[in-house]
Ligand binder design. Structure first.
Ligand SMILES: [Zn+2]
Length: 456
């Protein structure tokens, strides 16, 4: 029955009518009026009750379409079954994401790097049944698929940075986690300062005044965006990549960076009121816990700190959350050892200078062989010139094997970096190493190698 419409039933000796009014909170009031009219005697009963708003026919049809199309996608091997169905569902019901989000407690995670891992850490730390877009499909079709796939009240979704404002509007999250902002796919994405401005405007909107923002205080672009909110929990986590924040996002003058601090002469500076700090121990509010993650890297310790701070806002105790995060050993195939014939390799996804910067810090301490695979398809960004912003000099002392469709661009970059390299035209010619190989691959190259390898 549509909002405000009345339905009248007539039977032997009675009439009954219903009138429905929808409320903003998703419930509706049903006014029922019944009259017995037999034998000249009339009895009038009017009842008013609030009921949960039922699914509309359009919503039900859209949900069925999401399930059906995604099942077909998986069954025919055309995809992971997380996007095609969501697209069809949103075409049938453009408000499907908002309807599926209603009544749930939602955490959104956004940023250029670390979204998928932080989302997985947050879901693991929360514990129990958590609806999440584990495959990293981070636009509304992927969110729809995740919410159709689970009725859990607990939801953690990673959101593409360019889609964050739309997803906030649709899902009314309780907490938004902002990790970092750096250049990425500049041939098709916004310049990074424009992205910060879009986040800033989203968080300044009056309708978002209640949501809690968990933000990385060490990234000036994130700090600029988050200061639009009066509800920020600042996290002091190590952030090594500062090359996209050399000038002040507020006034454009040069920023002063020193150790773990930054400030501008205009007064814009790293926030000093911190909700979480991470040195040897993680402190969140009045609690503290030892982070002993199974996944590598200081950047992942920072991701875990941000996830734990978000969970603290939901009343999740720090000790339990961290204990559950510590057991997470891999995220969508990343970080874990994988096998390919007689080769054993640790597959790492890095798709932009900041991502390489973070992962090279986990590679350059040993002397393992390193395979680097670079493609330049649409999902990677067509322009591979960003390779010149990656400090490949840190790979000196390793043997590096250049793979992927842009292996010659990579080899040229390594030549300038004075790194020993081999160009691999035929992957079957790769020598077997005694120790596991570290493999860095950008987006579509990573997907190819995920398909080619199996879990150890
Ligand atoms: Zn300034």
């Amino acid at each position: 029955m549509a909002n405000g419409s009345s339905r009248v039933l007539r039977g032997a000796g009675f009439t009954s009518s219903k009138h429905r009014e929808s409320a903003a909170d998703g419930t509706c009031r049903v006014l029922q009026r019944s009259e017995l009219i037999g034998g000249g005697k009339r009895t009038l009963a009017v009842s008013v009750k609030s009921v949960s708003k039922g699914h509309s026919f359009r919503e039900d049809l859209a949900v069925m379409a999401v399930r059906g199309v995604n099942w077909m996608s998986r069954a025919t091997g055309r995809g992971a079954g997380t996007v095609a169905g969501g697209r069809v569902g949103l075409w049938i019901d453009p408000d499907l994401l908002a309807k599926l989000a209603r009544g749930r407690t939602i955490v959104l995670v956004s940023g250029t790097n670390g979204k998928t891992t932080t989302t997985a850490l947050c879901a693991a730390g929360w514990g129990g049944d958590v609806a999440t877009n584990v495959t990293g499909s981070n636009m509304p079709p992927g969110h729809v698929a995740a919410l159709v796939g689970s009725t859990s009240e607990r939801v953690v979704l990673e959101a593409d940075e360019a889609w964050l404002a739309n997803v906030v509007r649709a899902t009314s999250p309780r907490v938004v986690v902002l990790l970092n902002l750096s250049r990425d796919q500049l041939d098709r994405a916004s310049e990074v300062r424009q992205m910060a401005e879009r986040w800033h405007q989203c968080l300044a909107a009056p309708e978002n005044a209640q949501l809690v923002v968990v933000a990385n205080a060490n990234d000036p672009l994130v700090a600029y965006a988050a200061t639009a909110s009066s509800n920020v929990r600042w996290c002091d986590v190590a952030t090594s990549w500062m090359a996209d924040a050399r000038s002040c996002p507020r006034c454009t003058l040069p920023l002063e960076h020193s150790d773990n601090d930054w400030h501008c002469s205009c007064g814009f500076a790293k926030p000093s009121t911190l909700a979480a700090t991470l040195d040897g121990v993680l402190h969140v509010g009045s609690e503290q816990a030892e982070l002993d993650l199974s996944i590598p890297g200081d950047f992942n310790r920072g991701n875990a700190a941000l996830a734990a701070t978000a969970l603290a806002e939901l009343g999740v105790g720090l000790g339990g959350a961290v204990a559950r995060m510590n057991t997470l050993s891999g995220v969508a195939g990343r970080f874990t050892l994988r096998r390919w014939g007689r080769h054993t390799l640790r597959l790492l996804l890095a798709k932009n200078p900041a991502g390489f910067d973070a992962l090279l810090s986990t590679v350059d301490q040993g002397d393992s062989d390193v395979w680097v695979a670079i493609n330049a398809q649409i999902a990677d960004g067509r322009d591979p010139s960003w390779l010149y912003d990656v400090a490949f000099e840190r790979l000196r002392g390793h043997r590096v094997w250049c793979l992927g469709e842009r292996r010659l661009d990579l080899a040229t970059r390594l030549d300038y970096a004075d790194v020993d390299y081999e160009i691999v035209d035929d992957v079957t010619s790769l020598p077997v190493s005694a120790a596991p190989v570290e493999m860095l691959a950008n987006y579509t190259a990573f997907s190819e190698w995920m398909a080619r390898t199996t879990a150890c």
